[in-house]
Design a protein around this ligand. Structure first.
Ligand code: ZN
Length: 135
């Protein structure tokens, strides 16, 4: 049985993405559901492929933001706590904004480089470089 929140997410996802230009990167969304006291997040491998960041780093971020232990396996994440799908996707979007998308051109074509011991986000599309907040 679909929860109210599931329906909300479904409604949100089915809104046609008009005026979607090829320039604009869409932060990937994940599907999740709550099972008992845990949250199961599906499609984790695809998310990591889109993100192109260290799995360890993302899991650390998510653990901190949800204040819940997280285990990973079989293309899914298991969060030891109830995290709504909307909140979860917001956290993922926030991760992309902080650690993946270029602050200048908003493209995801970035990589993490270390300069003088400081971790920087370097954009391969426009060349912008910015320090990454510690985590
Ligand atoms: Zn850029």
């Amino acid at each position: 049985m679909a929860s109210y929140e599931d329906l909300l997410v479904k409604a949100y996802n089915s809104i046609p993405q008009k005026a979607q230009s090829h320039e604009r990167f869409e932060v990937p969304r994940v599907e999740s559901f709550i099972q008992g006291s845990k949250t199961i997040v599906k499609g984790f491998n695809l998310l990591m492929n889109n993100m192109r960041r260290e799995k360890k780093h993302f899991l650390k971020y998510l653990t901190k933001e949800t204040a819940s232990p997280i285990t990973e396996g079989n293309n899914q994440l298991i969060i030891s706590g109830k995290i709504g799908a909307i909140q979860l996707n917001r956290l993922i979007e926030s991760y992309f904004n902080q650690f993946v998308l270029c602050p200048e051109c908003k493209k995801p074509d970035t990589k993490v480089v270390t300069q003088d011991g400081i971790r920087m986000l370097k954009c391969e599309a426009c060349g912008a470089v910015k320090p990454i907040a510690g985590l």
